[in-house]
Unconditional design. Structure first.
Length: 259
């Protein structure tokens, strides 16, 4: 746990991370930040520990099993992977869980140490992780993206015509398609470890509440032989922090929708 001075330092760090000019320039060489990390905590229900890393701090060493997962990867990917693991371990520490290897499934889903659920995201020069206790949460998905317009061909793959026309009615200064993209990626990170199958962008329909920064996601069609009701319709939150969008969706153990 952090000292009072440490907590003040982290709060000051988070305040600075939330400032647009700082995020724009990405100059700040930050090490691992805890509570309220860069807006991630604000889109998650209570009960998750979060950590974010912005800039290029050196990642902490990997466990041998983790290093083996990226032994054939290019340097950039190895560093990205290690930063994500460092972020996750920092969040585990904040939650009170011991450091342990985070291996991965062949679909790249992290295999969390017993008793934990979590999710990792990377964007440009930043990455973040959220960790909770598996007694409380069945799964969580987080995603951070640089907020920018999406190519119209890609947009057609991500959004249904109905979703596109709904977004056209919103504030045109914000590239909402990118927000929905981030939400759907967060949903996939929750879905895949639970269902162990693919979920296509067009299998999900997102309805945004832009003022409340909330969303409702419905799974349509039959992407799996049987889709539990709690995954058919799930609610989550997003936020726009500087030049990034951050999204999260969490499924409580017992499958009530989070509030
Ligand atoms: C898996 C995917 C969501 C990851 O997104 P990404 O753009 O590579 O970027 P991010 O940096 O945000 O996320 C990467 C992290 O997600 C996690 N992740 C990757 N695959 C995952 C999976 N199958 N399940 C859960 N988490 C996964 C990993 O922690 C990964 O980082 P790591 O490999 O360093 O551990 C994306 O590559 C993908 O395949 N998307 C298509 C499926 C989809 O989104 N469908 C929409 C359904 S509504």
């Amino acid at each position: 746990m952090h000292s009072r001075q440490g907590r003040r330092g982290l709060r000051e760090l988070d305040r600075r991370l939330d400032q647009k000019d700082v995020m724009d320039r990405m100059q700040i060489q930050v090490s691992w930040s805890g509570e309220g990390a860069g807006g991630l905590a604000s889109v998650l229900p209570r009960g998750f520990a979060t950590a974010v890393c912005v800039g290029s701090p050196s990642p902490e060493p990997l466990f041998p099993g983790e290093a083996a997962l990226v032994s054939a990867a290019v340097d950039r990917r190895r560093i990205e992977f290690a930063r994500g693991r460092s972020c996750a371990r920092h969040a585990m520490h904040l939650l009170g869980a011991p450091a342990a290897p985070i291996l991965a499934t062949p679909q790249r889903a992290p295999i969390w140490p017993a008793g934990l659920v979590g999710s990792i995201s990377h964007a440009s020069e930043s990455c973040c992780a959220a960790i909770g206790w598996s007694d409380d949460w069945a799964a969580v998905g987080v995603d951070v993206e640089v907020l920018q317009p999406i190519d119209s061909d890609v947009e057609r793959n991500i959004l249904s015509p109905a979703e596109r026309s709904a977004l056209e009615r919103l504030d045109r200064r914000i590239p909402w398609a990118c927000v929905v993209f981030s939400i759907k990626e967060a949903m996939y990170k929750l879905w895949n470890p639970l269902m162990t199958c693919w979920l296509d962008f067009r299998d999900a329909v997102v309805r945004l509440d832009p003022d409340a920064r909330r969303f409702e996601l419905s799974v349509v069609g039959q992407p799996a032989p049987s889709v539990p009701p709690a995954l058919r319709r799930i609610e989550g939150r997003f936020d726009i922090v500087g030049l990034h969008v951050v999204s999260a969706v969490a499924l409580p153990r017992g499958h009530r929708s989070p509030t």
